[in-house]
Ligand binder design. Structure first.
Ligand code: HEC
Ligand code: HEC
Length: 282
Protein backbone atom coordinates (compact mmCIF):
# COMPACT_ATOMS: atom_id res chain seq x y z
CA UNK A 1 0.00 0.00 0.00
CA UNK A 2 1.18 3.56 -0.71
CA UNK A 3 2.13 5.62 2.34
CA UNK A 4 -0.56 8.17 1.42
CA UNK A 5 -3.23 5.50 1.57
CA UNK A 6 -1.96 4.13 4.87
CA UNK A 7 -2.07 7.63 6.34
CA UNK A 8 -5.61 8.14 5.04
CA UNK A 9 -6.79 4.79 6.42
CA UNK A 10 -5.19 5.52 9.79
CA UNK A 11 -6.99 8.87 9.89
CA UNK A 12 -10.34 7.27 9.04
CA UNK A 13 -9.82 4.51 11.65
CA UNK A 14 -8.85 7.17 14.23
CA UNK A 15 -11.95 9.19 13.45
CA UNK A 16 -14.13 6.05 13.81
CA UNK A 17 -12.63 5.22 17.21
CA UNK A 18 -13.08 8.82 18.38
CA UNK A 19 -16.66 8.77 17.11
CA UNK A 20 -17.39 5.50 18.93
CA UNK A 21 -15.82 6.77 22.14
CA UNK A 22 -17.85 9.99 21.90
CA UNK A 23 -21.06 8.02 21.32
CA UNK A 24 -20.26 5.76 24.30
CA UNK A 25 -19.71 8.79 26.55
CA UNK A 26 -23.09 10.15 25.46
CA UNK A 27 -24.93 6.83 25.53
CA UNK A 28 -23.73 5.70 28.95
CA UNK A 29 -24.41 9.13 30.44
CA UNK A 30 -20.75 9.72 31.31
CA UNK A 31 -20.72 13.41 30.38
CA UNK A 32 -21.62 15.47 33.44
CA UNK A 33 -24.17 18.04 32.24
CA UNK A 34 -24.72 19.54 35.72
CA UNK A 35 -24.14 23.29 35.97
CA UNK A 36 -22.21 22.74 39.20
CA UNK A 37 -19.38 20.85 37.51
CA UNK A 38 -17.10 23.37 35.82
CA UNK A 39 -16.07 22.99 32.20
CA UNK A 40 -12.52 21.71 31.92
CA UNK A 41 -9.95 24.33 30.98
CA UNK A 42 -9.54 23.06 27.38
CA UNK A 43 -13.34 23.08 26.85
CA UNK A 44 -13.47 26.62 28.24
CA UNK A 45 -10.67 27.78 25.95
CA UNK A 46 -12.36 26.27 22.89
CA UNK A 47 -15.69 27.89 23.82
CA UNK A 48 -14.10 31.30 24.35
CA UNK A 49 -12.26 31.04 21.06
CA UNK A 50 -15.38 29.87 19.21
CA UNK A 51 -17.35 32.82 20.62
CA UNK A 52 -14.62 35.35 19.87
CA UNK A 53 -14.10 34.17 16.29
CA UNK A 54 -17.81 33.78 15.53
CA UNK A 55 -18.52 37.27 16.81
CA UNK A 56 -15.59 38.91 15.04
CA UNK A 57 -16.63 37.37 11.74
CA UNK A 58 -20.29 38.22 12.01
CA UNK A 59 -19.89 41.73 13.41
CA UNK A 60 -17.38 42.73 10.74
CA UNK A 61 -19.99 44.32 8.48
CA UNK A 62 -21.91 46.18 11.18
CA UNK A 63 -21.46 49.93 11.38
CA UNK A 64 -22.14 51.60 14.73
CA UNK A 65 -24.25 54.79 14.74
CA UNK A 66 -23.21 57.80 16.83
CA UNK A 67 -23.21 56.53 20.43
CA UNK A 68 -22.33 59.69 22.32
CA UNK A 69 -25.76 61.28 22.72
CA UNK A 70 -26.86 61.80 26.35
CA UNK A 71 -30.36 60.60 25.57
CA UNK A 72 -29.06 57.36 24.11
CA UNK A 73 -26.91 56.71 27.15
CA UNK A 74 -29.68 57.42 29.65
CA UNK A 75 -32.15 55.26 27.76
CA UNK A 76 -29.48 52.55 27.58
CA UNK A 77 -28.98 52.84 31.34
CA UNK A 78 -32.69 52.27 31.90
CA UNK A 79 -32.79 49.29 29.53
CA UNK A 80 -29.64 47.81 31.06
CA UNK A 81 -31.17 47.86 34.53
CA UNK A 82 -34.41 46.42 33.22
CA UNK A 83 -32.96 43.59 31.15
CA UNK A 84 -29.27 42.95 31.79
CA UNK A 85 -28.20 43.82 35.35
CA UNK A 86 -30.10 40.79 36.74
CA UNK A 87 -27.44 38.56 35.18
CA UNK A 88 -24.46 40.81 34.52
CA UNK A 89 -24.64 42.98 37.64
CA UNK A 90 -23.01 46.43 37.65
CA UNK A 91 -20.46 48.41 39.65
CA UNK A 92 -21.25 47.50 43.26
CA UNK A 93 -24.37 45.58 42.25
CA UNK A 94 -24.50 41.78 42.36
CA UNK A 95 -26.47 39.72 39.86
CA UNK A 96 -29.58 37.87 41.00
CA UNK A 97 -29.10 34.51 42.74
CA UNK A 98 -30.26 32.52 39.70
CA UNK A 99 -27.65 34.24 37.53
CA UNK A 100 -24.90 33.04 39.84
CA UNK A 101 -26.04 29.48 39.17
CA UNK A 102 -25.47 29.80 35.42
CA UNK A 103 -22.65 27.92 33.76
CA UNK A 104 -20.91 29.55 31.93
CA UNK A 105 -21.30 32.45 34.36
CA UNK A 106 -22.35 35.81 32.89
CA UNK A 107 -19.34 38.09 32.41
CA UNK A 108 -19.04 41.42 34.22
CA UNK A 109 -19.64 43.66 31.23
CA UNK A 110 -17.23 46.31 32.48
CA UNK A 111 -14.45 44.10 31.10
CA UNK A 112 -16.36 43.32 27.90
CA UNK A 113 -16.95 47.00 27.24
CA UNK A 114 -13.20 47.52 27.24
CA UNK A 115 -12.25 44.55 25.10
CA UNK A 116 -14.99 44.25 22.49
CA UNK A 117 -15.97 46.73 19.79
CA UNK A 118 -19.41 48.38 19.82
CA UNK A 119 -20.41 46.33 16.78
CA UNK A 120 -19.44 43.09 18.52
CA UNK A 121 -21.41 43.94 21.66
CA UNK A 122 -24.37 44.90 19.47
CA UNK A 123 -24.20 41.55 17.65
CA UNK A 124 -23.92 39.46 20.84
CA UNK A 125 -26.78 41.33 22.50
CA UNK A 126 -29.01 41.06 19.45
CA UNK A 127 -28.32 37.42 18.65
CA UNK A 128 -27.62 35.89 22.07
CA UNK A 129 -25.25 32.97 22.63
CA UNK A 130 -26.39 29.34 22.25
CA UNK A 131 -25.89 26.95 25.18
CA UNK A 132 -25.12 29.78 27.61
CA UNK A 133 -27.79 31.69 29.49
CA UNK A 134 -27.34 34.70 27.18
CA UNK A 135 -30.71 35.48 25.62
CA UNK A 136 -31.21 36.92 22.13
CA UNK A 137 -32.75 40.40 22.40
CA UNK A 138 -33.61 40.83 18.74
CA UNK A 139 -37.23 39.93 19.38
CA UNK A 140 -37.64 42.07 22.52
CA UNK A 141 -35.73 45.27 21.75
CA UNK A 142 -35.50 47.34 18.57
CA UNK A 143 -32.07 47.72 16.98
CA UNK A 144 -32.09 51.32 18.13
CA UNK A 145 -32.70 50.27 21.73
CA UNK A 146 -29.88 47.73 21.51
CA UNK A 147 -27.56 50.52 20.35
CA UNK A 148 -28.73 52.55 23.37
CA UNK A 149 -27.60 49.70 25.65
CA UNK A 150 -24.28 49.49 23.79
CA UNK A 151 -23.84 53.25 24.27
CA UNK A 152 -24.44 52.83 28.01
CA UNK A 153 -22.03 49.90 28.24
CA UNK A 154 -19.30 52.16 26.87
CA UNK A 155 -19.62 54.48 29.87
CA UNK A 156 -20.21 51.66 32.39
CA UNK A 157 -16.48 51.13 33.13
CA UNK A 158 -16.18 54.81 34.10
CA UNK A 159 -18.94 54.68 36.72
CA UNK A 160 -18.22 54.28 40.43
CA UNK A 161 -20.56 52.09 42.46
CA UNK A 162 -22.10 55.28 43.85
CA UNK A 163 -22.66 56.77 40.40
CA UNK A 164 -24.13 53.53 39.10
CA UNK A 165 -26.52 53.41 42.05
CA UNK A 166 -27.55 57.04 41.64
CA UNK A 167 -28.44 56.37 38.01
CA UNK A 168 -31.34 54.22 39.14
CA UNK A 169 -34.36 56.29 38.43
CA UNK A 170 -36.76 53.89 40.10
CA UNK A 171 -39.17 54.16 37.18
CA UNK A 172 -41.21 51.00 36.77
CA UNK A 173 -40.52 49.05 33.58
CA UNK A 174 -42.77 50.39 30.87
CA UNK A 175 -44.32 48.14 28.27
CA UNK A 176 -42.18 47.87 25.16
CA UNK A 177 -43.60 49.97 22.36
CA UNK A 178 -44.59 47.68 19.53
CA UNK A 179 -41.48 47.80 17.39
CA UNK A 180 -43.36 46.94 14.24
CA UNK A 181 -46.72 48.63 14.15
CA UNK A 182 -49.09 47.16 11.63
CA UNK A 183 -48.43 50.01 9.18
CA UNK A 184 -44.73 49.24 9.01
CA UNK A 185 -44.99 45.45 8.90
CA UNK A 186 -44.00 43.76 5.66
CA UNK A 187 -45.55 40.64 4.15
CA UNK A 188 -44.91 37.52 6.23
CA UNK A 189 -41.70 35.62 5.57
CA UNK A 190 -41.92 31.89 6.37
CA UNK A 191 -38.20 31.51 7.01
CA UNK A 192 -38.14 34.35 9.52
CA UNK A 193 -41.28 32.83 11.06
CA UNK A 194 -39.58 29.48 11.56
CA UNK A 195 -36.83 31.22 13.53
CA UNK A 196 -39.30 33.30 15.51
CA UNK A 197 -41.02 30.10 16.74
CA UNK A 198 -37.95 29.42 18.88
CA UNK A 199 -38.08 32.91 20.33
CA UNK A 200 -41.62 32.89 21.68
CA UNK A 201 -41.48 29.48 23.35
CA UNK A 202 -43.93 28.03 20.79
CA UNK A 203 -41.69 24.97 20.68
CA UNK A 204 -42.14 24.28 24.39
CA UNK A 205 -45.86 23.64 23.92
CA UNK A 206 -46.44 22.49 20.34
CA UNK A 207 -45.20 19.69 18.11
CA UNK A 208 -44.26 21.38 14.82
CA UNK A 209 -43.01 19.26 11.91
CA UNK A 210 -39.44 20.07 10.85
CA UNK A 211 -38.74 22.40 13.80
CA UNK A 212 -36.00 21.21 16.18
CA UNK A 213 -37.10 20.85 19.78
CA UNK A 214 -40.81 21.12 18.96
CA UNK A 215 -42.27 17.80 20.06
CA UNK A 216 -44.42 18.87 22.97
CA UNK A 217 -48.13 18.36 23.40
CA UNK A 218 -49.16 21.06 25.89
CA UNK A 219 -51.09 22.53 22.94
CA UNK A 220 -52.30 20.82 19.76
CA UNK A 221 -49.71 19.61 17.23
CA UNK A 222 -49.41 22.18 14.45
CA UNK A 223 -48.73 19.79 11.55
CA UNK A 224 -51.48 20.41 8.99
CA UNK A 225 -52.71 23.56 10.76
CA UNK A 226 -53.09 25.26 7.37
CA UNK A 227 -55.89 22.83 6.50
CA UNK A 228 -57.89 23.05 9.71
CA UNK A 229 -61.11 25.07 9.39
CA UNK A 230 -60.90 26.65 12.86
CA UNK A 231 -58.22 28.10 15.10
CA UNK A 232 -58.56 26.80 18.66
CA UNK A 233 -62.10 25.78 17.72
CA UNK A 234 -63.40 29.36 17.80
CA UNK A 235 -62.02 31.42 14.93
CA UNK A 236 -62.12 30.87 11.16
CA UNK A 237 -58.69 29.85 10.00
CA UNK A 238 -57.51 32.74 7.79
CA UNK A 239 -54.00 34.25 7.72
CA UNK A 240 -55.23 37.49 9.39
CA UNK A 241 -56.96 35.50 12.13
CA UNK A 242 -53.82 33.45 12.82
CA UNK A 243 -51.98 36.75 13.32
CA UNK A 244 -54.72 37.94 15.71
CA UNK A 245 -54.60 34.65 17.60
CA UNK A 246 -50.83 34.68 17.96
CA UNK A 247 -50.79 38.27 19.19
CA UNK A 248 -53.45 37.81 21.84
CA UNK A 249 -55.11 34.42 22.31
CA UNK A 250 -56.74 35.63 25.54
CA UNK A 251 -58.75 38.31 23.69
CA UNK A 252 -60.06 35.75 21.24
CA UNK A 253 -60.73 32.94 23.68
CA UNK A 254 -60.76 34.14 27.29
CA UNK A 255 -59.45 31.49 29.62
CA UNK A 256 -57.41 29.68 26.96
CA UNK A 257 -54.27 27.94 28.22
CA UNK A 258 -52.18 29.52 25.46
CA UNK A 259 -50.54 32.63 26.98
CA UNK A 260 -50.19 36.10 25.41
CA UNK A 261 -46.52 36.06 24.48
CA UNK A 262 -45.99 39.65 23.34
CA UNK A 263 -45.58 38.61 19.70
CA UNK A 264 -45.06 41.69 17.52
CA UNK A 265 -47.20 42.27 14.42
CA UNK A 266 -44.29 41.48 12.11
CA UNK A 267 -43.23 38.34 13.95
CA UNK A 268 -46.85 37.14 13.99
CA UNK A 269 -47.09 37.65 10.21
CA UNK A 270 -43.85 35.75 9.69
CA UNK A 271 -45.01 32.89 11.92
CA UNK A 272 -48.38 32.80 10.16
CA UNK A 273 -46.55 32.53 6.81
CA UNK A 274 -44.58 29.59 8.19
CA UNK A 275 -47.66 27.90 9.66
CA UNK A 276 -49.28 28.25 6.24
CA UNK A 277 -46.59 25.92 4.83
CA UNK A 278 -47.73 23.14 7.21
CA UNK A 279 -50.23 21.72 4.78
CA UNK A 280 -50.38 18.12 5.84
CA UNK A 281 -50.43 16.57 9.28
CA UNK A 282 -47.44 14.52 10.46
C1 HEC B 1 -30.34 35.32 32.00
C2 HEC B 1 -29.05 35.93 32.16
C3 HEC B 1 -28.58 36.98 31.18
C4 HEC B 1 -29.22 38.14 30.83
C5 HEC B 1 -30.59 38.63 31.29
C6 HEC B 1 -28.32 38.83 29.94
N1 HEC B 1 -27.19 38.11 29.75
FE1 HEC B 1 -25.58 38.61 28.61
N2 HEC B 1 -24.69 36.83 28.99
C7 HEC B 1 -25.19 35.87 29.84
C8 HEC B 1 -24.32 34.71 29.80
C9 HEC B 1 -24.50 33.43 30.60
C10 HEC B 1 -23.30 35.01 28.89
C11 HEC B 1 -22.22 34.06 28.38
C12 HEC B 1 -21.06 33.94 29.26
C13 HEC B 1 -20.17 35.07 29.03
O1 HEC B 1 -19.37 35.06 28.09
O2 HEC B 1 -20.30 36.05 29.78
C14 HEC B 1 -23.53 36.37 28.43
C15 HEC B 1 -22.69 37.06 27.57
C16 HEC B 1 -22.88 38.38 27.20
C17 HEC B 1 -21.92 39.15 26.43
C18 HEC B 1 -20.55 38.67 25.96
C19 HEC B 1 -19.61 38.82 27.09
C20 HEC B 1 -18.20 38.49 26.72
O3 HEC B 1 -17.33 39.34 26.91
O4 HEC B 1 -17.96 37.37 26.26
C21 HEC B 1 -22.47 40.40 26.27
C22 HEC B 1 -21.86 41.58 25.52
C23 HEC B 1 -23.76 40.40 26.93
N3 HEC B 1 -23.97 39.16 27.49
C24 HEC B 1 -24.62 41.48 26.97
C25 HEC B 1 -25.87 41.46 27.56
C26 HEC B 1 -26.81 42.57 27.52
C27 HEC B 1 -26.53 43.92 26.87
C28 HEC B 1 -27.93 42.16 28.17
C29 HEC B 1 -29.22 42.93 28.36
C30 HEC B 1 -29.86 43.45 27.16
C31 HEC B 1 -27.70 40.80 28.64
N4 HEC B 1 -26.44 40.42 28.25
C32 HEC B 1 -28.60 40.06 29.37
C33 HEC B 1 -26.34 35.96 30.59
C34 HEC B 1 -27.29 36.97 30.49
C1 HEC C 1 -47.55 27.55 27.30
C2 HEC C 1 -47.92 26.78 26.15
C3 HEC C 1 -48.10 27.44 24.79
C4 HEC C 1 -47.24 28.28 24.14
C5 HEC C 1 -45.92 28.86 24.66
C6 HEC C 1 -47.80 28.50 22.84
N1 HEC C 1 -48.98 27.84 22.71
FE1 HEC C 1 -50.15 27.75 21.05
N2 HEC C 1 -51.54 26.74 22.09
C7 HEC C 1 -51.42 26.27 23.38
C8 HEC C 1 -52.65 25.65 23.78
C9 HEC C 1 -52.94 25.03 25.15
C10 HEC C 1 -53.53 25.75 22.68
C11 HEC C 1 -55.00 25.30 22.60
C12 HEC C 1 -55.78 26.55 22.91
C13 HEC C 1 -57.26 26.37 22.92
O1 HEC C 1 -57.78 25.62 22.12
O2 HEC C 1 -57.85 27.06 23.76
C14 HEC C 1 -52.80 26.44 21.64
C15 HEC C 1 -53.30 26.71 20.36
C16 HEC C 1 -52.56 27.18 19.30
C17 HEC C 1 -53.01 27.25 17.93
C18 HEC C 1 -54.35 26.81 17.42
C19 HEC C 1 -54.21 25.34 17.14
C20 HEC C 1 -55.46 24.67 16.63
O3 HEC C 1 -55.37 23.46 16.35
O4 HEC C 1 -56.50 25.29 16.55
C21 HEC C 1 -51.97 27.75 17.18
C22 HEC C 1 -51.95 28.01 15.69
C23 HEC C 1 -50.89 28.00 18.10
N3 HEC C 1 -51.28 27.64 19.37
C24 HEC C 1 -49.65 28.49 17.73
C25 HEC C 1 -48.69 28.89 18.63
C26 HEC C 1 -47.51 29.63 18.28
C27 HEC C 1 -47.10 29.99 16.86
C28 HEC C 1 -46.86 29.89 19.43
C29 HEC C 1 -45.62 30.76 19.63
C30 HEC C 1 -45.81 32.13 19.22
C31 HEC C 1 -47.60 29.27 20.52
N4 HEC C 1 -48.71 28.68 20.00
C32 HEC C 1 -47.20 29.28 21.85
C33 HEC C 1 -50.31 26.39 24.17
C34 HEC C 1 -49.20 27.18 23.89
Amino acid sequence: MKPGRIAALTLVAGACVAGLLGSAVVYFGLYDVSATSPHTIPVHRVMDLALARAVETRAAGIEAPDLDGAERISNGSRLYRMHCAQCHGGPGAAPQPYAMGLNPAPAALVATARTRSAAEIFWITRQGVKMTGMPAWQYRLTDDEIWDVVAFLRVLPTLSAEEYRRGEDGRPPTAQPDKNEASKARVGDARAGRNALQQYLCVTCHAIPGVPGAWNYVGPALGGIAERPYIAGVLNNTPENIVRWLRSPSTIKPGTAMPDLGVSEQDARDIAAFLDTLQEGP
